[in-house]
Design a protein. Structure first.
Lengths: 379, 379, 379, 379
């Protein structure tokens, strides 16, 4: 006799794409969430997931997804879906059109798309950095739902390593050059003839995202509890983004001008002691360490470090004085785990930890007794 | 009946390594220089070049080199060599030990090694940038010879693109992140297991070279004609160097703080009008354009641009305002052509154009009638 | 004053794709043919070539093509085109539909497409192997034109190395495993996520082409001069085709059962002495050696050998006894030069050498006085 | 209070190399074996493992190995080692010299080296294929020890997929072309300049190993129990071996001439039903399925299939009629797991399952009660 599955049913939009596949993989055997529904463009609708997907991750299609029938993404879908929690791996244009419909229909949408990241109603969350911003999860045009956005895959790694520095010393400026992995472009994505024996110094829209998103993520929750808002952090970011022949793992060469003179030891201590909000302890997708410094002279490397903390830890190395800006270092984070599906899952887990529940359900739905549900907006 | 070969005989030290092979290739059919002697470590000495070399460039071993017998690099070699002009592709330690011996024996040594680049007796030359520094070619410890150094392979590209900006606007600071090709590490060099699906954010010694060499290259020739010296340029450079899975072509992501506010058009005009010293016109290895701006949004790329100007042109793209330092752009130059053997050949050609001659020879040795030989040190 | 350009004007169909670009590159400065017209799908029609093409070959768009305006590929095009000679880089379906229309309109079509290769009216030509098959160039459905097909890119290399063995010793069976380059799949072609750190053991349709085309190429010209036909060669071919992370150059691991016992020396002599039809001497695209054996233990390699003979020579190595079939070896040929555009050009040159002329023109159109025009079908 | 660790202590020779590292990783948390000693060349001796190793696998150095002090591989080592079971990752020459010394000193040596594979005293084991050959584990020159050899990394995959066919239908001949991964060459191994954008059609010694080892592995245990020997299987194998730019996973394109006419279904059934010796059930390193057929048209691929069965399953695909030999297919197996350290571990586990015990120990040492220990040599 089997105990009933009390996990929260979830839907994945854009489930056949690369980020969608990562969602499907990570949800297999998730302790709090159960993959219940998948949706894709109308031309795949009605097919079994295992038949429609071009599965391109190691291993087989997860058992929980094999027989799910793809729903069509259309205006009616928000009402047809049963799941109260929706992960979106939609392309930007579709995201902009459809995600608000799901929110208005009462869903909690956690999205990996860039469309609404800078929308003032949408919290842009890196859980260890700005959990408090979830206070922004107000009603969406008077509907009961909400949208939580996951930042750009490169921004997340940058935000993780800048946040401890911003908190301890202040950060005035950051100069970032990225060496980004191919999986970030999805599928078919970068043509092999452009990737082999080459670097492409251009990723459409990416440099702007890196310049603007950190200000919101590192910003201060302002306003009052009834009308919270984000006051942008004043740091200045300049980014140059390159595509390199790496499968997974974005490397960031970062130089920073901090708010004051600090020692090498102080910086290492800031990273080493960084844990983020207390609520994160024990969340299923939270890594033990959000930031890990590796002092090998040739660390971090995508091959060796992208899977640290099950792909959820940003690994830093090569901290050195920078004659131009003060300090420089190299950071690496996994772009489809921490930078996409894994980060979005952690956002949803954080929402639950802060008390979000599907309507009509109780905390026991999570199958964990001691979940601390805050009764007010923490700052 | 064949006309006698009046080209200047030259020797290549370290002729079997990767840069040595590039020298051998480029000297095949060179109009001014004739490959006459090759040298390598004593364990290869006495063997035919074609037998001793692990030829790893496209095409066959050049006919001019096939039957040359490798001389042993030892203390006697400087006296045994007949060639008045010596190209060195030696490793740093050997270079430091042996190159001065060749200079003292009266040879003109043009070296690709880093050992003596910052030595005040050695001009560090990018021909289009600081031809006048050849005035430093004084006698080496009272011997008749001299040493000319080729800068680091990444520094050369940087110097080419900074020089027009320094001249027109002043450059106060440059922040550089490199994505460097595998051929820069020679052979066996980077293990394939470190290169495939990876980035290595560390190249021993490279970041220091990029920080120090530009100051000398962009420096001002000072002192008087009898005792010339270089006054270092005060610009500050910070560099982060990465190895990526590219065969040839170093990509540099550069941000600069210029000496004054300038427009995008002014920068493009500075690059577009850059030609370098008048003496360079018509040198066999000189490209038509030392710097070429490509305004495609995804230029420059190693695959598409490394061979522009037969590998001697630095290609720039993606000029954009940088919120942190002022302007940013991406530059690309071929690391084993412009950045090594090709650059060294151009240095030697420049020396000839400025009047250097093997002792006992005349200008007619070059087979070109109209060579302008300056009768005094130009500034 | 410029002498008039008397070269034969030619058109390229599918001029913006990868093979189309190779045609455009190779026609730049071709001594006999002048690129006069380009055509592509209707959606590109009317645009300047330089604007419409995503140029992805080293160097810039050839000057001869920059300002050509793309014609639309439609039913009217065969009559609108002026050029008597048409190179086709069309996809299979378009080729099947349109190429016969051009032939009926009196054009000589030399095609790289697979659609009509096994059609009994179409000679399938590797010039050094079966020049005589051009006798098949009869009228196309009573029109004055004709179609010449270039074999599959892997088949060409195989045919070149098998032909001397078939002629000297007979070949009963060939077992081929290919390691094929990415450029063979065109653009976008293979996704980088499928190519990096991977092998794909499947190329749609390829194994069948390798199994069937050699029989026609190595076949005997039969019938009489008025109604020539090809008697298929009885050799049996089995092929397994893999895509590997190589840009250009198909590697073929071949094992053969010959018609009789032969020595290693005899095989090497067969390859070494292979030259093909006398008519090939001096054709602009003909390599000095169609087949070159390299006895280095690790030859041939794509990097080192794909450009031998300007990419028109098949390089062979590692000839060894095979315990199963008799002899085995490894062959390499450039898939977009010899295997596509270069091979097609050589076919057209051969047709000219055999006497084909645009209607209303004379041999002097070629700018070469001594072209031997056979007055009857050679066998 | 901790229960005492009753696992069998084992030593790893050549522990710092790539295969040595795989042994160390796989032994971390092995249920039967405990990594107790590590040895390497005298120049590393005396150093902590974590200090001496250039760890190049994902994750950190396993805790069980970090503080082990490297013993020097010398003539005295066999007597100094306490461990009764020794895994050897030595290079061939060292293996030939030292492994017999360990055997004479009473150790059970399981080796990945090729030196002694064809020695008539040494069983060459693929556990699912020829477990019975362990009967060859006689005394080594009258000493109490023994040597078990792991076949060549490519041979293992081939033997796994041929064994069911040999058993069911007979195999007369196999033609194999390999596309082998870079990790097979160890470290530094293949230079990146030879691997990127290239194929190297030569791996020293490899083609011979593939030609000879299958005959021994598929051979019949003959002689009597007191003097067992192997009667070689008469199949003929011809192999061509290539190195390709893949990290892990050898791809084998195989064509076979079977002993009789069989249907596709019969072949698939032979593979599907293949399990190997009953003793293998439940061995810690044994995969559920030794051979798995994947009927996707583009399977198997290194990226997608090398980790199937934790890297211990050979994945087969593309079964098709072969016009030359009868049937052809593509097989893939992980070269450093199944093909090296994982295969060796499984051999050792099999030896234990068949009753091998360290002197003075009992079955309970294994911590598993129901181990079936055969009391006579099974055939």
């Amino acid at each position: 006799m089997q105990t009933p599955d009390t996990r929260i049913p979830v839907a994945v939009l854009g489930a056949t794409g690369m980020v969608g596949q990562r969602f499907v993989s990570l949800l297999e055997a998730h302790p709090w969430f159960r993959l219940a529904e998948v949706a894709a463009s109308p031309r795949s609708a009605g097919r079994r997931y295992a038949d429609a997907v071009v599965w391109s991750s190691p291993g087989a299609v997860p058992a929980s997804a094999v027989d799910l029938v793809l729903a069509a993404l259309d205006d009616e879908l928000p009402r047809r879906l049963d799941s109260p929690l929706v992960f979106s791996a939609l392309d930007t244009d579709l995201a902009r059109e459809f995600e608000p419909l799901f929110a208005r229909a009462g869903k909690l949408v956690v999205t990996n798309a860039s469309a609404l990241r800078m929308d003032p109603r949408v919290p842009l969350i890196v859980p260890e950095v700005n959990a408090a911003h979830l206070a922004l999860m107000e009603r969406w045009d008077d509907g009961p739902g909400a949208i939580i956005a996951n930042p750009n895959c490169s921004t997340i790694g940058l935000a993780l390593v800048l946040a401890p520095l911003a908190r301890e010393f202040g950060v005035e400026a950051a100069h970032v050059v990225t060496l980004q992995a191919l999986s970030g472009a999805g599928r078919p994505g970068v043509a092999s003839l452009d990737a082999l024996d080459n670097v492409v110094p251009y990723i459409p829209g990416e440099e702007d995202k890196l310049a603007t998103e950190p200000g919101k993520i590192l910003g201060r929750l302002a306003g009052d509890a009834g009308a919270p808002s984000i006051e942008l952090h004043p740091l200045v970011v300049s980014a140059q983004c390159n595509r390199v022949a790496v499968r997974d793992g974005h490397t960031l060469c970062v130089s920073v001008r901090l708010g004051r003179q600090v020692s090498r030891e102080a910086i290492l201590a800031a990273w080493g002691g960084f844990r983020g909000d207390e609520l994160l302890r024990g969340l299923p997708s939270a890594p033990e360490l959000p930031v890990l410094y590796d002092d090998a002279p040739n660390a971090p490397q995508p091959l060796l470090h992208r899977d640290v903390g099950r792909g959820m830890t940003a690994v830093v190395g090569r901290l050195q004085p920078c004659a131009v800006l003060g300090w420089r270092f190299v950071a690496l984070s996994h772009n489809t785990l921490r930078g996409a599906a894994g980060g979005a899952l952690l956002c949803a887990e954080l929402a639950v930890a802060r008390g979000w529940r599907p309507r009509g359900s109780g905390a026991q739905a999570l199958g964990r007794p001691a979940l601390r549900v805050p009764d007010r907006v923490p700052r």
